[in-house]
Design a protein around this ligand. Structure first.
Ligand code: NAP
Length: 297
């Protein structure tokens, strides 16, 4: 009998086909016989759902974010969590740099102007020579730092602990914002980082500073960001993620110094193919009693 798998969110069609060849998939309701849950990095798996599924053994994330999963409940039950690290790291880092350059060189605003028939040449900002600060120096943060080195006079970061890397560690986000011209967020969502970027942090980044978020919308106090952008207390923002996806606040949509993206950091053909492969590999390894390539430590 193929194992029962509950799809907690929509997943790419190719992955769904691959899973359907191996397992019995359930979309709307998880039957009590569910052995695995599969879903995107934004999925919610709360204690109540886990409680209803006595046979649940593994949650396989199509992504690397797991802030919507109740870790207390999974740990108590010994439920494994598997993610797709490395399959998307370089893509999300590319997206971070692309958003920053798009803000500083007005790529999106100028594109819109030209399409309206307006040939004007407003001045952007020189990207080279800026100080780039990275909040969260894990897989994605380090990939961003490697790219940032090409442009920056200095790459700085903060994380929960200092790393053996060539970039300068600072102890907290406030110090990082103060010392950076471009502040890039690459830390996980969840309770610890919720609202970390508030009005005070944005003021430390300052009126020439650019904020880029490829992490989670929850890291930013979105109202404070809108207020800072409106008053030009920071220079601009490049946002891949939002507090209430897929809703993007109207104020942000109206601002020319903001570049918006629909949570597409990992959305490349290559990245999505590698992620799908890894979800299947995680599940197959789990059910075969083998080593999971993406097991969360
Ligand atoms: P990772 O390898 O686990 O790295 C996370 C980094 O954040 C680590 O350096 C960690 O510090 C740091 N961190 C964790 N909690 C922190 C805190 N409270 N304060 C400061 N730093 C903290 O994860 P990753 O693969 O780089 O992914 C990072 C995040 O990117 C994911 O969690 C996900 O939310 C987001 N993401 C977005 C997209 C997209 O499409 N936009 C795609 C994939 C992932 P330590 O190393 O010191 O513990």
């Amino acid at each position: 009998m193929p194992h029962d798998i509950f799809l907690a969110t929509a997943i790419p069609p190719a992955l769904e086909i691959a899973l359907a060849e191996r397992f019995t998939l359930h979309r709307d309701t998880a039957p009590p016989t569910t052995r695995a849950i599969v879903g995107g990095g934004m999925m919610t798996v709360d204690a109540a759902l886990i409680e209803r599924l006595p046979e649940l053994e593994i949650i396989a994330v199509h992504g690397v974010g797991f802030d919507g999963i109740d870790r207390v409940a999974t740990t108590a039950r010994g439920i494994q969590i598997a993610i797709t690290p490395d399959a998307l790291t370089e893509d999300v880092a590319d997206q971070a740099i692309a958003l920053w350059l798009a803000v500083d060189r007005r790529i999106a605003a100028n594109d819109r102007a030209l399409r309206m028939g307006n040939w004007t040449v407003p001045l952007g900002r020189r990207a080279s020579g800026r100080r780039i600060g990275i909040f969260g120096l894990g897989r994605i943060g380090q990939a961003i730092a490697r790219r940032a080195e090409v442009f920056a006079t200095e790459v700085l970061y903060t994380a929960r602990s200092e790393k053996r890397v060539p970039w300068r560690f600072v102890p907290d986000l406030a110090t990082l914002a103060e010392a950076s011209d471009v502040l890039i967020l690459a830390a996980p969502g969840g309770r610890e980082t919720r609202g970390a970027v508030d009005g005070a942090i944005l003021d430390r980044l300052g009126k020439d500073g650019v904020l880029v978020n490829v992490a989670r919308g929850s890291l930013i106090d979105e109202e404070a960001l809108i207020a800072a952008l409106e008053a030009h207390r920071i220079a601009g923002a490049g946002l891949d993620v939002f507090a209430e996806e897929p809703d993007v606040p109207a104020m942000l949509r109206r601002m020319n110094h903001v570049v918006l993206a629909p949570h597409q950091g990992s959305a490349t053909r290559e990245g999505r193919a590698a992620m799908a492969e890894m979800v299947v590999a995680n599940l197959e390894a789990h059910f075969a009693g083998g080593e999971l390539p993406g097991l969360l430590g």
